[in-house]
Structure formats: C-alpha cells, structure tokens
Design a protein around this ligand. Structure first.
Ligand code: BGC
Length: 758
C-alpha cells in the first residue's frame, strides 16, 4: 500500500512537472471558474445549437439570448457578420451570471469569403505550403468576422466517388491525407491560438465516414481494425499530432456502434492511444440520431455519447435535457460532466476569450481583411496548381489570344457554381464566371462567342436537387434541339470550342451521392455534337468527384479538370487556358473507367489471383466487361511541358537496422516552358505477416523547373517509412524485400528491389 501511494505521489508530481506554466495557469483559472458553476451551467457549456441567421439588433431579444443569459449555451454556429456576433457575445459576457464567453463556429472549409478551390482540388496541388496558406487566409478572414472555430479540416479517406463528400476531403490516400491534415491545422491555428487571427480547428469526421457503404451518405460503415489503423485512421491522428484543438464525431457506425456513442473509438483510441486533450463535439444531431440507429431512447443515447467521451452536443440538446436525470440515477459521474465542461472552457481560454471576449470582433479588421484584393489575388494564383490536365492532344492548350472562340455549356456563364460545395460565407454573386474571366484575360484580341448549348440535365427535378443553396443554373426552357443548334451555330464561326461542362456545385458535398458518375446526358449530347463538328474542342471539366469519362477521354482533344476553383475561378481558368499560368495538379483520387469498378484505388492488395498480363483471364481477379485499369490513376496529371526521369539511384540495396536509405532521381524539364512536377515515392513491402498493398505513397516533392533545367530529387527512407499495423495492431516493420518506386504517377514508376534486415 505504501509503495502504491508513493507511486501515486511520484506520478502526480511528474504530471504537474509536465505541465507548462501556461497550462498550470489555465487549469487554475478553469478550476476556479468551475467551482462557481451549477450543474445546469456546466451542462449549458456542452450545448451547441445552430443559430439561423437574424438581423443585427435582434440578438438581445431572441429566445437564444434568454438561454445565453441563463447559461444554457456554450457556443453557437452559423451566424455571419462581426456585428451580429458581437451583439450575441455581449449578451453572454454582460448579462450571463458568470460572464462566460461563447464559441462561434462555422464551416469555413475552403476559404471564408475569399473562396479557394474545394478541398479535393487543393489536395491535387500536392503543395503543402499552398494548402496551409489557404487555411491561414481562411482563418484571417473568419476571425476578422467574429468566427473563432472552424469545422475543418475534413480528412476522411474516401475511395468511393459516388459519395458526394469526397469533394470535401483530400482523396484516397492516408499518407497524403495526413500531410494535408497537418498543413491545414497549422494554417488555422498558427502557433498561438490566442492571437486574434488564429482560430480553433476541428478535425472531422472521426471516424471512417468516407467508407459509407455504396457511397450513400450517412450509410453504414464496416471494416476490420487493421484496415482502420493502416488506411483510414492516419489523417485523424496526424491532425491530433499537429495539435488540433477539437475533433468532430462522425455520423456512421464503427464496429456496430455509432461513432458518437463508441467508447472504444472516442476514449480508448482517441484519448488513451492518441493522447488527444482537446474538445470532442458531436456532428449535427449526431447524438439524437442514435435513436434512429436503434440504440435506444433519448436518455440512453445521451448517456452513450457522454460515456463514450463526447464533450459537446451539436444541435440535439440531449445533454442539457437528459444529463440531470442520468446523473441522479448514477448512470454517469459528475466527474465526466466536469471533464467535458473543462475541455470546452479550456478551448475558450486558449482562444483568449476570457481575456478579451471580443478578440475576434474587431469591426475595423472585418472591413479590411475579408474578401480583400490581396486574398483574392492569392486565390487566383493558387487555383492553377489544383487543375489537373487530363489530356492535351497535340498541345491544343494553351490557346492563342487570337481568333474566335466559342464558349459553350451550362457552366460557362455562371458565378454561383464556381465556389463549390460548403462555401457558407461566400459572396456567390461576386465570384468570377468563366466567361467573365476569359473576356478579361483574353482582352480584345479574341472574339468570344457564347451559347448555353444545354441545361445541366434533361431531368429538371434532378437539376433542382443539384442546384440548392442559391446555386441554381437557371434552367433554359427552350427545347434541347434549339439549345444545341445555337451552340453549333456559334461553333461554326469559331476556330476552337471551349465546352464548360460537368457537375454543378451541389452535385457533390453533403447528401449529394450519385450512382452514375458520368457527365449528365444533356451535356454529353452537346459535347458529342461539338466534337462531331471536327473543330478542336477543349473540355473544361467542373466536378467535385472523380467522374467516368471513357468516351470523353477517347474523343475530346483536351480535357482540363478544374474542379470548383473558388471565388476567382473564372480568372484562374482563363489564365490557364491562355497560358498565362500552367496547370500542375495531379489526381488524389482515382478516376474509374466505369462506376462498377468502385471502390477503386491504387494502394490495393494483390489477391491470390492477381491479373498478371493482359485482361481478360479466366479464374483471375478481373471483370468480364471492363479491365481492372482506372481511366486516370492516382498521381496522374499532365502539364504544358514534359519531364524526363533519369534512372533511380539508391545509396544501398542491402540495409540493416536503422540505416538511412537515400533514393534520388534526376528530373529534367524537356519541354519549352516552365512547369511543375510532383515526383512521387512509393514503397511495396513484398512479403508480410499480413497482406500488404501493391504500393503505398511514402513521399513526394513538387518541383518547379525552367525549360531544360535538371533537378536531383532526393528522398530519405528509414524503417519508419516501412512500418504498418500488424494483426496485433502493433506498429512495426518486418525485415525482408521492399520495392522502392519513384515516378510521375502511381502507374508510371521505376522500381528497384532492396533488402532490409533488422
Ligand atoms: C456536417 C458537418 C458540419 C456540420 C455543421 C453536418 O451536417 O456533417 O461536416 O460541420 O453539419 O454544419
């Protein structure tokens, strides 16, 4: 017993010693504050309702204001404008009993008012500085307008493009996704959360949300733990290692228990294994939805969430309603409620809100720092790095700034769809359409003719569903033949046709799953008619997900995938079309040939019957009707110049223990213009105690080269890069043979086999 006590004292001393003076100060402050709080006030901190927008001045009279005064609210989200937020904060800190400031959250996903390309596009830049900068600017703008908490980054690995939310993340790869998660957290939070231009970041949706069965949103997920740890967990963990201040639970179930009520996920993994110390918030009605999942009544599910480790209840209001009862029945401890409350108060403390509740309410800054010319200029410059040139026959692109160009398609002259999904704070009507961008960039030397050519889709009800949140494409009521004829008439007068086609902005994002991954039929008919004219056609492809484009890949001379490029989209696309900028994005999610191949991803396992050789082979793993190949693989993307890779050079091929392996390759720009190349490193663990993927991304470098310039790109590999979770879920590396691969995309690599012993 004595020894045990001694151990306890030592442990306590150590943990006190491990605390920084700043942490100790925070703990003392929060402890003192919590001593004054009633149970009801503590539960109030756990309550995060969404506030529909209201007019300035209404705040103090609203129902919400009464709740704030009574200490029933810990934070709010979905209010826009510094004046309104200031009003609401004033109610909290001047009329609330304990004057506790509120958190103000928002989905600032890819920019605030200055909108950057959608996250899937940003990931295609493979440029971590650029991504971090986009998050930095988003934080500068949001914080200037009163927001101190963003529900970003979304790091769900997604390998099923039917799932509309693939647009919000970084694609299919855990390694790349982890790098991006870190960059974004740093971008939002900076190195000091209490500065007035840094905000609390929230990594979401923990966990596995990207693996919804059949790509249908909110659907069931089910996977082995070994897959979770190796393929789906890494980006969440990377965000936590980078110091993210909050985590959002996902809607889906994990191992048969909804994530929101899953103690293994929320406490054993997140808190105990990964040492996450910040606040854990449910997703929107994530707690009450557990009733629909079949987990029990309101009391039961609230208890489940609280016991699992959820600290804050987004929208359900179940914690505040149910916990007094649950506590009185002894089904939850006060210590757990205290812990949840403490984490929310700590977040507020770290943001500096107790010191100055109006820290993020500088009306002056809101006037200068939001949607500024400087930020918009940066957004325009970033976008070309996210564009993926999928095809460019005979160097059709870039276009000359002369002659006549026919610009056609339902996305050619539309501002509202340029920003893409989750652009809550965007000024949609101030985004730059492709037509406006082309006019300005080409100037008077180009004759630009325009025709709509088609609607988004023949089915007007589909078009309604795909045009929500003020993002309608404004349907043209004329018959389809008339629309196509008009486009052909314009095409007949032109030297080249630019077809702006694809998805509308709201065809991806939340609750925007599709079973068909092609360009809608109305637009495909238009495209076929345009191609038939024999004039050169450039397809400017708008999309928030990988699409199936087999016909287009074969028949359209040039395809420039521009995703949704943000508020400056039109300028940025025009810059690239006319060669003032060049595209340098590479895919981060595989483009399938056919939707039936989904899920399709490069880091697949070999199976016992791999297809070695040409398709089709009976009794090998393949399809009767479509080959196993993707249409465009992970890591693929062209530019306006070409690159040549020299042979790989390795510092050794027989290694031992913690030795360092360097792998280098000379890359030369063999074209006539400057360009950027993403040099990719993959590793295959040839034999393992568990099956290992055919290759896994383990490094990448984006380089810029002038014509003829040669650069040596070097990667450093240690046993760390060889590690994986084995069947005991231990993170280990196993000695033996490894294939080291370097190349321009996941299916264009050179490889050398090495042997690495312990
Ligand atoms: C989404 C989250 C989002 C939240 C708040 C939910 O429906 O799943 O990603 O952060 O709403 O707007």
């Amino acid at each position: 017993m004595k020894r045990f006590l001694l151990l306890l004292i030592v442990a306590a001393t150590l943990s006190v010693q491990a605390q920084t003076p700043a942490d100790a100060k925070m703990n003392a402050f929060v402890t003192a504050l919590m001593k004054k709080m009633t149970l009801s006030e503590k539960l109030g901190q756990l309550n995060l309702p969404s506030l529909g927008d209201f007019v300035t001045g209404q705040a103090s009279n609203s129902d919400i204001a009464n709740k704030i005064r009574q200490g029933q609210i810990g934070g709010l989200f979905n209010i826009k404008s510094v004046a309104k937020i200031r009003d609401v904060q004033q109610v909290a800190v001047e009329q609330g009993r304990l004057k506790i400031p509120l958190l103000f959250g928002m989905d600032v996903i890819h920019g605030y008012e200055t909108i950057f390309p959608i996250p899937l596009a940003l990931s295609s830049s493979w440029n971590m500085k650029l991504i971090e900068r986009s998050a930095r600017i988003a934080a500068i703008e949001a914080s200037a307008d009163g927001i101190n908490w963003t529900f970003s980054p979304m790091v769900d690995v997604a390998r099923d493009p039917r799932w509309g939310r693939i647009a919000e993340g970084s694609g299919e790869d855990p390694y790349l996704g982890s790098q991006i998660a870190m960059a974004m957290v740093h971008g939002y939070q900076g190195d000091d959360l209490s500065k007035n231009n840094t905000i609390l970041s929230c990594v979401k949706h923990y966990a596995l949300y990207g693996a919804s069965e059949s790509g249908r949103d909110y659907n069931t997920t089910d996977m082995s733990r070994i897959r979770m740890y190796n393929e789906y967990f890494p980006p969440y963990k990377a965000a936590i290692d980078a110091g993210v201040g909050s985590v959002m639970a996902s809607f889906n179930e994990v191992d048969g228990i909804p994530a929101t009520g899953n103690k293994w996920l929320m406490t054993d993994v997140l808190r105990n294994q990964w040492k996450f110390k910040g606040l854990l918030v449910s997703d929107y009605t994530g707690i009450s939805e557990m009733v629909n999942h079949g987990m029990g009544d309101a009391t039961t599910v609230a208890t489940l969430a609280m016991r699992a480790g959820v600290d804050m209840d987004m929208v359900s209001e179940y914690f505040i309603k149910e916990m007094p009862k649950v506590l009185s029945r002894g089904q939850i401890t006060l210590a757990r409620i205290d812990e949840a409350c403490r984490r929310i108060l700590e977040a507020k403390y770290r943001l500096g809100l107790f010191e100055d509740p109006y820290r993020y309410c500088d009306v002056q800054r809101a006037k200068t720092d939001v949607f500024s010319v400087a930020h918009r200029t940066e957004a325009r410059k970033m976008a070309p790095e996210t564009f993926v040139l999928l095809k460019n026959q005979e160097g059709l692109l870039p276009l000359k700034k002369s002659g006549t160009i026919a610009l056609v398609g339902p996305l050619a002259d539309n501002k509202e769809n340029m920003s893409g999904t989750w652009s809550v704070a965007a000024k949609l009507d101030q985004a730059i359409s492709l037509m406006a961008g082309m006019k300005e960039v080409a100037g008077s030397t180009v004759r630009l003719l325009h025709a709509r050519g088609s609607n988004l889709d023949y089915d007007s009800s589909f078009e309604d569903r795909a045009g929500m949140f003020g993002k309608s494409l404004r349907r043209d009521p004329r018959p389809k033949e008339v629309l196509i004829q008009e486009a052909l008439a314009v095409a007949a007068q032109s030297d080249v046709i630019v077809a702006a086609l694809g998805e509308s902005s709201e065809m991806t994002g939340e609750s925007s799953s599709r079973t068909d991954l092609s360009i809608p039929q109305a637009q495909r008919d238009l495209l076929e008619a345009l191609v038939k004219t024999g004039k050169p056609v450039v397809l400017v492809l708008f999309t928030g997900r990988p699409l199936t484009l087999p016909w287009e890949a074969k028949n359209v001379p040039s395809i420039l995938n521009v995703w949704f490029a943000g508020s400056e989209a039109g300028y940025a696309i025009a810059d690239v079309l006319f060669g003032d900028q060049y595209p340098s994005g590479k895919l981060t999610a595989t483009f399938p040939q056919h939707v039936g191949q989904v899920p399709i991803y490069y880091a697949a396992k070999r199976t016992g019957r791999p297809l070695n050789g040409p398709w089709f082979q009976k009794f090998q793993s393949n399809y009767l009707d479509v080959s196993n190949e993707p249409l465009y693989p992970f890591g693929y993307g062209l530019g306006y110049t070409t690159f040549k890779y020299g042979p790989m050079k390795l510092s050794a091929t027989q290694l031992k223990g913690n030795q360092l392996l360097t792998v280098s390759v000379d890359v030369q720009n063999t074209g006539k213009s400057e360009g950027k190349e993403v040099v990719q490193l993959y590793i295959r663990d040839v034999v393992g105690s568990v099956t290992r993927p055919v290759k896994e991304l383990k490094g990448f470098k984006k380089i810029q080269l002038a014509p003829n310039e040669i650069r040596t790109v070097t990667f450093r590999i240690t046993p760390e890069e060889l590690k994986f979770y084995n069947s005991d879920l231990k993170f280990v590396w196993e000695p033996g043979e490894f294939e080291i691969m370097v190349g321009a995309s996941s299916d264009d690599v050179q490889r050398v086999t090495i042997n690495w012993q312990k």
